[in-house]
Design a protein around this ligand. Sequence first.
Ligand code: NAP
Length: 293
Amino acid sequence: MKLIDGRKTAELIKEEIKKEIAGMIDKNDKSPHLAAVLVGDDPASQTYVSGKEKACKKVGMMSSVYKHPANISEKELLEVVDFLNGDPEIDGFIVQLPLPDHINEQKVIEAIDPRKDVDGFHPVNLGRMITGMPAYIPATPLGIMTLLERYEIETEGKNCVVIGRSNIVGTPVGILMSRKSDPGNATVTLCHSKTENLKDIAAQADIIIAAIGKAGSVTADMVKKDAVVIDVGIHRIKSNQTKTGYKLVGDVDFDRVSKKCSYITPVPGGVGPMTIISLLTNTLKASKKEIYG
Ligand code: NAP
């Protein structure tokens, strides 16, 4: 079994982005600028946004965070989005999800100018992705495809089972894997909570992508020998093996599955680090106007 090292791959891409930005600055071009809108004080959202800020700093990208209290109205939030859409200094921005219940998330996503939608959640970008046009690809699916590409994992003609159909992970990665591209050209089965015989379906897969949100739910009996396993899940569980009393695990029963498969992404250090770097990749594309010209 070989580990797919997301941390190392993300570091390599970070260096590539850093070099490219240094080149832009040498030519007196402005460095790319990513903004994030953060609503409320959810600790996980705060951690994600500060991780994004730190990553920007490391590659020489500018970053700004627009913090708003949880009681901001939908109208006020839409005004913030409108302001960022029109600000020529900002190349791309994200609205950190989830938003408080009184705000319609979809309405906010649809208010973002698709040219600045570096999260790739806007229906225009999703539609362009489906039809194979240039588009911002959501960061986690882009990170997964990049790992498959950099590890030269053959996907063409392979049987790929994606477990989970969320708009941010399962559905887009299923589309990307089935697209006429490399990586891609796989025969994809998209499974979800209503799928019958999940175990039998998964056991046929050459490639399993698990984005379920349930710790250890992909067990060794669901995995064919020498399959490739991509674990998207992240869970903080209690552990007496660490000083903090917690450890991070994925959707896959790593200890047993890793003995059977050919490649696997660990948690932590697999898909996670690729998500932030993919957001930076999208922001760099936005500043170079690569997608929309
Ligand atoms: P989500 O929106 O909760 O979607 C979970 C999907 O799994 C749903 O489609 C659900 O089916 C399906 N599902 C739930 N239980 C199932 C079961 N027993 N059998 C088959 N399918 C089942 O989750 P998400 O946002 O896609 O995230 C999934 C996991 O990835 C989470 O652990 C999340 O923390 C992690 N994540 C990691 C990263 C990263 O950077 N590494 C990024 C995003 C998410 P239904 O549609 O029928 O409900």
